[in-house]
Ligand binder design. Structure first.
Ligand SMILES: [Zn+2]
Length: 169
């Protein structure tokens, strides 16, 4: 799992580690089928017919279980698609507006000490705001209202030229 943590964005790794934690109690059948609440799934070492895999292309609980059962390495390169990789977000401009990203990009060492152009700043900020959108949209209604009001507060303060200090981290 460590290799997933190192390779994937923090958002994607979060998804995979949840799948890993939810490892099914039963093993896949000999013929590569797997009975789950989604019905009969077809599982192989690098694909699965469940909805998680079909939407993300990341290793789902069934693939992970298959790997563990057959003593294969949990990490394989094909199970870390480019769009979920840290290095992809380091090097590419985040043009696909709806893809989630990681804050890891901001920590790129080359950029640390140099003056950025407005476009570069925009890109860095966008990586964080993309992730912010995901985190905000994935909580319950009570948390959501709270978070939205915090975001409003931050935005209004910055527009007004006031600094914001975050405490309690
Ligand atoms: Zn699956």
């Amino acid at each position: 799992m460590l290799q997933y943590a190192e390779t994937l964005t923090s958002y994607a790794y979060g998804l995979v580690s949840k799948q890993f934690a939810a490892s099914p109690k039963t093993s896949p059948q000999e013929d590569g089928t797997f009975l789950s609440h989604e019905g009969l799934l077809t599982v192989s070492s690098d694909s699965c017919s469940c909805s998680f895999f079909r939407t993300t292309n990341l290793p789902c609980r069934h693939i992970l279980r298959l790997h563990t059962d057959s003593h294969m390495a949990v990490f394989t390169d094909t199970l870390a698609p480019q769009r979920w990789r840290r290095d992809f977000w380091y090097t590419s401009v985040a043009t696909s507006a709806d893809a989630p990203a990681s804050v890891a990009m901001v920590q790129g060492s080359k950029r640390r000490n140099r003056i950025l152009t407005e476009t570069e700043k925009f890109r860095e900020a966008k990586v964080i705001t993309d992730e912010l959108r995901y985190v905000t949209s994935q909580c319950g209604m009570t948390d959501f209202k709270h978070r939205i009001s915090q975001l409003h507060c931050l935005l209004q303060s910055w527009k007004a030229g006031r600094d914001v200090y975050i405490t309690g981290l």
